[in-house]
Design a protein around this ligand. Sequence first.
Ligand SMILES: C[S@@+](CC[C@H](N)C(=O)[O-])C[C@H]1O[C@@H](n2cnc3c(N)ncnc32)[C@H](O)[C@@H]1O
Length: 192
Amino acid sequence: MHLDNWGLKAKKLGYRSRAVFKLEEILNKTNALKKSNNILDIGAAPGGWSQFVKNKKKDANVFAIDILDIEPIEGVDFYNVAVEELDSIDKILALKGSFDLVISDLAPNLTGISVIDEANIFELNDITLNVAVEYLYKRRGFFIIKTFQNSMLKKLKTKMSSIFDEVQFINQLHQKNNLQRYIYMEHLKNEQ
Ligand SMILES: C[S@@+](CC[C@H](N)C(=O)[O-])C[C@H]1O[C@@H](n2cnc3c(N)ncnc32)[C@H](O)[C@@H]1O
């Protein structure tokens, strides 16, 4: 389907972004959503992914954060805060170690200078990964993150594989020529 058609479909279904279809595709291939009650959405604006998980799992507790503000979403607890400052949100901090699913579509602003962009992407992915490790239930959590094809991806994957039992790159049907990569992880290793 053409990108604009995904946009139209999202609008028709009441979703704020066409990014919901990427998440839907990943969730359809896994059990992550079915088994999740506490969900954290990192880099959530304008809110498509949060809307989607709340719609599909009505009884879930969905928390979302972003450096940009969003229009409220019924049933989603949103905080206007950077991932680096997540511990400052008492309600989320109280659930440290009790999240079933962390999803992150976070993307930094790009400068167009690849060495700077790659370093920024890696740093933010690394911070998000560390947050997921701290906030997920040990041994049963799920983590989905968007990253980009670049020279740092191998290093990121190596770190993920040292932390999670399962690490999978999910091929996106409608994103074939794009540099975005989605990685699905489950079960923190024993020592985490
Ligand atoms: C592609 S958008 C997310 C789209 C969202 N998944 C949706 O479906 O509506 C990426 C988001 O990451 C956010 N972001 C970038 N750096 C961030 C940071 N340090 N902490 C939190 N959010 C950040 C951006 O503000 C942007 O809203």
